[in-house]
Ligand binder design. Structure first.
Ligand SMILES: NC(=O)NC(NC(N)=O)C(=O)[O-]
Ligand SMILES: [Zn+2]
Ligand SMILES: [Zn+2]
Length: 457
């Protein structure tokens, strides 16, 4: 049966519409209509959303789900529940921290089988580039990965090795013209390991200066300019200086995009306490001035999108327990921040106070990310023939992030107790309700998410 989502605040690309979205029985948007046309629409199930805001579901293109192999770190069920509770209707799983990593089709199939019946939102997959797996690229592309991820420095897990300059060059040579983007963790280990008290954030920050990111991006640009039609993407840009470099490279004709993350836009080094390793990520969160420059970089079109880089681990690896001999050691703790469920509120809280609008949320968190991962023909906007993936939210509600509402498998995060703007009320995937903040069970018994792959399982 068709469904009619009636709402006074439908967030379209540039307008806020008082009207309705007609969704066909297959879960595609059939038509977006004005309020005065609603009376002519017959034989539909009406969903009345009143003054709530209806927006395209968020597409988070950078999520570490870690299943199989490290499912205790997160997993498909908990990650997709957290996503649904955060208004995220598509997540793109990174190729690492799972065992096996997604470095060939066989490993992708293992992951797909693990995910198949337990996902509450749609899941797409990045392939991984490690030394000597270029022969796997063609099969992975055919199987439907959204692109490839590689590291220029140690990834944090031994089974996902980083690339040296010639291996990076070879990966670009192999991927040019494939229409598969190469997403790169851009940090070059050019500095001496830092001495100092490892329980102080400054010690960790000094050990990974922005020069590591800047020099890596310069190297990427230098190699990339050799290959026509290579599509490059710099993940989790932490420095505003890097963002400018990337924009300048684009002006030279290189197809290169960039993302930053909620933690770089929300947090700053001056506010990070000693021994608070829930704040540790690589590259590190930098100072307040850089944070404000990152926000300005969006206005300068130097950063294209914002993602979570949700990268949790178990509490013991984050060295969060005072009983641990390495308690609060920033140099030894796992690098990765958990924020998947809070992204919409984190971004909106910072964006609203800096003059950004609802349209920027849709632009940076859904449309730009859907273009990066090649889903811009079906996801990321409310438009005819697109999947009816929606988030219904109240952008005026003030909420406090607390443990009881968190669906991540591991609750540690740098946002606990933080007051944020915006509350997700309902999330829909292809017109089907997948999360309801007001229902007792919150999630549907039969998960509605789909694997976005081109393989028959
Ligand atoms: N293995 C990881 O999950 N690494 C991630 N860790 C971070 N960002 O601290 C990343 O994206 O590099
Ligand atoms: Zn990374
Ligand atoms: Zn990551």
């Amino acid at each position: 049966m068709s469904r009619l989502f009636i709402c006074k605040n439908i967030v379209l690309e540039h307008t806020l519409l008082n009207g309705a979205v007609l969704v066909d029985p297959d879960g595609k948007v059939e038509k977006v209509i004005e309020a005065d046309e609603i009376c002519f629409v017959k034989n539909t199930r009406k969903i009345l959303l009143g003054n709530d805001f209806l927006m395209a579901g968020i597409v988070d293109s950078h999520v570490h789900i870690n299943e199989p192999g490290r499912t205790e770190w997160e997993g498909f069920e908990s990650a997709t529940k957290a996503a649904a509770a955060g208004g995220i209707t598509t997540i793109c799983d990174m190729p690492l921290n799972s065992i096996p990593p997604t470095t060939n089709v066989e490993n992708l199939l293992v992951k797909a089988h693990a995910a198949r019946d337990i996902i509450h939102v749609d899941v797409a997959f990045w392939g991984g580039v490690v030394p000597d797996n270029t022969d796997a690229f063609y099969g992975l592309i055919k199987a439907g990965v959204v692109g490839f991820k590689c590291f220029m420095c140690p990834s944090g897990v031994k089974e996902f090795e980083c690339l040296n300059e010639s291996q990076l060059d070879l990966a670009m040579k192999k991927l040019k013209g494939s229409n598969a983007p190469l997403a790169i963790h851009a940090e070059l280990a050019i500095c001496e390991p830092c001495t100092g008290n490892p329980q102080k954030y400054e010690t960790f920050l000094k050990s990974r200066p922005e020069e590591m990111e800047i020099e890596a991006v310069k190297k990427i640009i230098e190699i990339g300019l050799k290959y026509d039609k290579i599509m490059l993407h710099i993940v989790h840009v932490s420095s505003a200086k890097t963002a400018k470099l990337i924009k300048d490279a684009r002006l030279k004709g290189l197809r290169i995009t960039s993302e930053t993350c909620h933690h770089y836009l929300t947090l700053c080094s001056q506010e990070i306490p000693d021994r608070a390793t829930q704040y540790k990520c690589c590259p590190p969160i930098r100072n307040r001035e850089n944070r404000e420059d990152l926000w300005l970089a969006f206005k300068e079109k130097q950063i294209d999108m914002v993602v979570s880089d949700h990268s949790p681990s178990t509490p013991d690896l984050k060295l969060l327990s005072p009983d641990d001999e390495n308690f609060g050691d920033y140099m030894k703790a796992w690098g990765g921040i958990a924020s998947l469920q809070f992204g919409l509120s984190l971004f909106w809280t910072g964006a609203k106070q800096r003059g950004f609008t609802f349209f920027h949320i849709n632009k940076y968190m859904s449309r730009a990310t859907s273009v990066l991962v090649g889903l811009h023909g079906s996801k990321g906007r409310i438009q005819e023939n697109y999947d009816a993936d929606f988030v219904v939210w109240d952008p005026h509600a003030i909420c406090t992030i607390n443990e009881s509402d968190i669906y991540h498998k591991n609750k540690a995060n740098p946002y606990m107790g933080r007051e944020v703007l915006g509350k997700v009320l309902k999330t829909y995937v292809r017109g089907d309700l997948v999360y309801d903040s007001e229902s007792k069970s919150k999630f549907m018994k039969s998960p509605k998410g789909k694997l976005l792959l081109d393989i028959d399982l």
